[in-house]
Design a binder for this molecule. Structure first.
Ligand SMILES: [Fe+2]
Length: 344
């Protein structure tokens, strides 16, 4: 089997590029053979300075470097790489001679990702390289997710500039939705999608004319038609962002009703994605308990009664039951109290 190659680099893609810095030509050839044999592309340099020259025009996925070398040693190289733009994220593995404990200690205190003691077996070398690459991938993914989340808030807050209700609503809605989902024991993956759905559900309102969004009287039929386009517009806005694709059903269907009288697709019952059914309850509760340009907030107890009365009509009875449990445990009031404090 080609397991060795497939796990380190997909044959359909460019091979992963590694830089080996080693002054012993025999050792260098041995490393190159092993790494190339496992499907990696291998660049090489015989000392730190030559490595830095190479790094000026290429960025390897990982650097493997000997410590004692002429001209510029491994430590100096490591420090120079970390100072380069983009260099801080390159995984770095020191190659150290067996028994040189000071080297190992110094290497670790520099914050090196790892070290390998020479002589090294093929297996040790490959598993250390793969482990570092995997850790680096995971780190990058985590950073990417973080950046995505930040940009989501920026995007969603863009609506806030037009509708002051939106930001506080988004925050409370996320908390209500999370409380309901916890009650239903949703796993982390579903909670993450729900969080995105809660942030993004009304993103399509960015296209609704200001005059409609801020109107302090009832909307005309034409204005309602405009308003009701926001789930579809929102779904279109995020469809090309693969990471957000799982939230599309929530954005698209958060105004569907259990009895089939909602929009845009008039889905009913369990045809409606569960995340959208859950958001519908949280969304309606928060909308009723908030002041809007065209009406005052409804008393909380009344809004809760409305939600219960809507069970099996507007809302999924299972979600309403979760809402009842959150109400009885005091969770709903806790969220309301906390968000009132933080919005002061
Ligand atoms: Fe909406």
């Amino acid at each position: 089997m080609v397991e060795e190659k497939a796990s380190s680099s997909d044959t359909q893609e460019d091979p992963i590029k590694l830089l080996v810095v080693e002054d012993d030509p025999a050792m260098l050839i041995a490393f190159q053979d092993v790494l190339k044999g496992a499907g990696f592309e291998v660049l090489s340099a015989s000392n730190g300075e030559a490595a830095l020259d190479l790094l000026g025009h290429t960025k390897p996925a990982l650097i493997l470097s000997d410590i004692s070398m002429p001209i510029m040693d491994g430590y100096e190289l490591f420090e120079a790489v970390r100072k380069q733009p983009g260099g801080a994220s390159i995984p770095f593995i020191f190659l150290t001679a067996r028994g040189t404990r000071e080297d190992i200690f110094a290497g670790k205190s520099l914050g090196a990702d790892d070290y390998i003691t020479k002589p090294v077996t093929t297996q040790e070398l490959l598993s250390a390289v793969r482990a570092r690459l995997q850790r680096s991938d995971e780190l990058m993914l985590a950073q990417l997710k973080h950046a995505y989340k930040d940009s989501l808030f920026v995007l969603a807050n863009a609506i806030e500039a037009r509708d002051s209700y939106t930001h506080a609503h988004m925050r409370r809605l996320s908390l209500y939705a999370r409380a309901l989902a916890d009650q239903l024991e949703w796993d982390d993956a579903r909670l993450e999608i729900l969080e995105f759905g809660a942030i993004l559900h009304d993103i399509g309102k960015i296209y609704i004319p200001e005059s409609v969004l801020r109107k302090d009287s009832s909307l005309s039929d034409e204005e309602w038609v405009e308003m009701r386009k926001h789930p579809e517009v929102g779904a279109l806005m995020i469809r090309d962002i693969p990471y957000l694709a799982p939230a599309i059903p929530l954005v698209l269907h958060h105004h569907e009703r259990w009895d089939g009288d909602g929009y845009p697709a008039q889905l009913n019952g369990e045809e409606i994605p569960e995340g959208a059914r859950l958001l519908a309850v949280a969304d309606a509760f928060d909308a009723m308990t908030s002041d809007r340009p065209y009406r005052q907030a409804m008393p909380v107890d009344e809004a809760y009664t409305e939600i219960r009365n809507g069970s099996g009509k507007q809302f999924d009875p299972g979600i309403v039951q979760a809402m009842e449990k959150c109400w009885d445990s005091g969770e709903i009031h806790r969220i309301m109290d906390n968000s009132n404090k933080s919005s002061d």
